[in-house]
Design a protein around this ligand. Structure first.
Ligand code: SF4
Ligand code: SF4
Length: 410
């Protein structure tokens, strides 16, 4: 595994200004570089190759940066030396722990691209001009990718984006997957979703759910329904249509409602959250019109949320120290093929840098023919930020390490 080629240096630092921290080897090569952020107790994990002796390196730090604490470790899993301190091996060898993690359904979420064929007015990904927009896409080799997925043999793979069908070889790749792997997709069913190619290559049993977003500003009702009907007539009946309650779209959403109902299609409506935190204000008339849509679509969401609440605490207490099976049973892939143990790691690595916390780092790249699941659970103190999906999937495998742990880095 790639992470075994490195040693790790966990530091807590304070600084007034954003800047860059670099580590130079004795011959002047920069072996590590990361952004530092202003704050009084920030955490950063430096990663340098095993064959470079850290004691001989120079740290070129940003102006005013003070290193408050530093721990050097060789073990990827031993963040901040907690593993040694709390004897996590004993916790992980516990039979009850193993039974819980064995029950977790293994899955992969693949953000195939952040690019899209549409320009929805409320799209936050389109409005974002730095980290997501700058993400490089990879033209994955479909045969090699399918081979890796077949070796990893997850119970399901979820393809999403942006618009995942912008990857031309998505359907040929899916057709090469082991029949035991079930798939899900979220697509806008727009110009890059070639229904003929899809139905000719894919068996209807392959997808446990096809989730299509209907965006009336970008397509028409006949265009959307034509593709839906072609899929249904080819045996693809597990379809969900989701839409955003954006005021300009609401009349069209009401118009297509009965068409979807007669086709037994599940509908879901999401509240509109405009990019940059701007509030989306609905007129009284639009509010009245959304009520009818919400009555239908919200029931399923209400049921899901109830199931979540009944499954335990919604979220862990702030800064509990836990062992989490993220990466060990489930993982997320970004458009560059980098693999992150969970959604929080993928998202927050883009906001704060891959090195800001240990589990924000990629645990490998899906194009590496030797890529594998993490062999151990990871130590996390950010469970209070866990995404609802990760929480739902993984929390049965969480183990609290100790109540009285020392103050944790932020
Ligand atoms: S289809 Fe989705 S990803 Fe594409 S522009 Fe619309 S909201 Fe954004
Ligand atoms: S507890 Fe949540 S945030 Fe932490 S590693 Fe697990 S899935 Fe990620």
């Amino acid at each position: 595994m790639e992470y075994t080629k490195y040693q790790y240096i966990d530091i807590i630092y304070s600084t007034d200004h954003p800047g860059v921290l670099e580590v130079a080897s004795p011959d002047g090569d920069i072996v590590f570089s990361a952004n530092v952020l202003p704050g009084n107790s920030n955490f950063l994990t430096l990663r340098i190759p095993q064959n470079v002796r850290f004691e001989t390196c120079t740290i070129n730090n940003a102006d005013n940066l003070k290193i408050l604490d530093m721990k050097v470790r060789k073990d990827f899993f031993d963040f901040f030396n907690f593993k040694q301190k709390y004897n996590t091996e004993t916790i992980c060898s516990d039979l009850q722990y193993q039974e819980c993690t064995n029950k977790i359904r293994s899955g992969i979420t693949f953000f195939v691209t952040y690019k899209c064929t549409y320009k929805c007015p409320f799209c936050w990904q389109r409005a974002e001009t730095t980290s997501y927009a700058a993400q490089k896409n990879i033209n994955f080799d479909p045969a090699k990718l399918a081979q890796t997925f077949n070796r990893l043999l997850p119970a399901f793979i979820y393809f999403t984006g942006g618009e995942p069908t912008l990857y031309n070889n998505l359907f040929p790749m899916v057709s090469k997957l082991d029949p035991q792997i079930k798939c899900r997709i979220t697509s806008n069913l727009g110009p890059s979703f070639d229904v003929d190619k899809f139905t000719s290559l894919i068996d209807p049993d392959r997808f446990e759910m096809l989730m299509f977003s209907y965006h009336p500003s970008e397509t028409t009702r006949p265009q959307f329904l034509e593709k839906i009907d072609k899929l249904i007539s080819n045996g693809f009946t597990k379809i969900l249509v989701e839409s955003v309650l954006y005021s300009g779209d609401i009349p069209s959403l009401l118009e297509i409602k009965d068409d979807l109902e007669t086709r037994n299609i599940i509908r879901r409506y999401d509240t509109c959250c405009l990019p940059n935190g701007k509030q989306h204000v609905l007129s009284d008339k639009a509010k009245e019109m959304t009520q009818e849509l919400q009555d239908i679509g919200m029931q399923e969401q209400a049921d899901n949320s109830m199931a979540l609440q009944q499954s335990g605490n919604m979220f862990a207490n702030k800064q509990s120290l836990i062992l989490c099976p993220a990466g060990h049973k489930n993982f997320h892939i970004d458009p560059a093929g980098d693999v992150y143990p969970c959604m929080s790691a993928l998202d927050r690595s883009k906001l704060f840098g891959k090195w800001a916390l240990p589990h924000y780092q990629p645990i490998g790249n899906i194009q590496d023919p030797n890529f594998d699941y993490l062999s151990e659970p990871i130590i996390c103190w950010e469970a209070f930020r866990c995404s609802a999906c990760d929480y739902e999937t993984l929390q049965s495998g969480w183990r609290y390490i100790e109540e009285n742990h020392p103050p944790l880095p932020e």
